[in-house]
Ligand binder design. Structure first.
Ligand code: DC
Length: 232
């Protein structure tokens, strides 16, 4: 791709399971930018709380979570072998552990807590200080970087998202039902859009990418066209 006038911030927001992180990682790679998966930050906080018995059976005392925040340090480091940024919690690589079912089950509870969001916001803004970053999430273009030079809002038809997730899990050898997956996606959409703190919303100046009928390669063609406005 042609070089840009200057480094920019790219915010990628959207519904769950519509391929945000795959797309965001690919565009960061193309631009040689830092890629930050902001969901991983909420997942790291959830993992810390589970490991330290702060969340037990899906319940917790808010004050214990707030107190724990001072003890949590989250970083992203580039792995030269996997060629991916990986998540570190207090200097430990937790990239695998944060994707576990246990973490997935409690992370939406964690991401609703105002104090958690405030702490993560500070980390997110620090990562964006030097620009040259792609961050994906739910509130990146609206709350974290409202001044981002490029905001992309991703959507895809819910049946298509469910089918993609179904194929992914089947590939991993898991026995799942398509209707259950669809129900789960719809519930998550509802939670993301309706929560009080930083709900998922399309920023007024975001460009929409509906990838229901697009291949990853077609998404990149779309992206290059959008990026032409930033070229020298
Ligand atoms: O994208 P994901 O499934 O890894 O996100 C994990 C959780 O974090 C999910 O409940 C949504 C939440 N999240 C958020 O509230 N704000 C963000 N910017 C990113 C993720």
């Amino acid at each position: 791709m042609k070089s840009l006038n200057k480094d920019i911030i790219i915010a990628v927001d959207g519904y769950s399971s519509c391929g945000k992180s795959t797309f965001a990682r690919a565009i960061a790679e193309e631009l040689n930018y830092l890629y930050v998966d902001s969901g991983a930050m909420y997942r790291a906080v959830a993992l810390y709380c589970l490991r330290n018995n702060i969340i037990i059976n899906g319940t917790f005392e808010l004050v214990r979570i707030i107190r724990a925040l001072a003890l949590i340090d989250i970083e992203f480091k580039f792995n030269e072998q996997s060629l991916k940024y990986e998540t570190f919690l207090n200097n430990e690589n937790v990239e695998e552990d944060i994707r576990s079912v246990e973490v997935s089950e409690v992370v939406s509870l964690i991401s609703k807590i105002r104090e958690v969001r405030e702490k993560i916001l500070i980390l997110q803004r620090r990562l964006g200080e030097r620009k040259g970053i792609v961050m994906d999430g739910r509130d990146i273009g609206t709350v974290v970087f409202p001044e981002a030079e490029l905001k992309i809002f991703m959507t895809a038809d819910v049946d298509i998202r469910a089918k993609r997730r179904y194929d992914e899990l089947k590939e991993k050898g898991l026995e799942v039902s398509l209707s259950e997956i669809k129900k789960n996606i719809e519930e998550r959409d509802h939670q993301d859009v309706n929560r009080k703190e930083s709900p998922l919303a399309k920023a007024d100046d975001a460009v929409e990418l509906d990838n229901s009928n697009m291949t990853p390669a077609e998404q990149m063609v779309w992206f290059r066209m959008i990026m032409s406005r930033f070229h020298k």
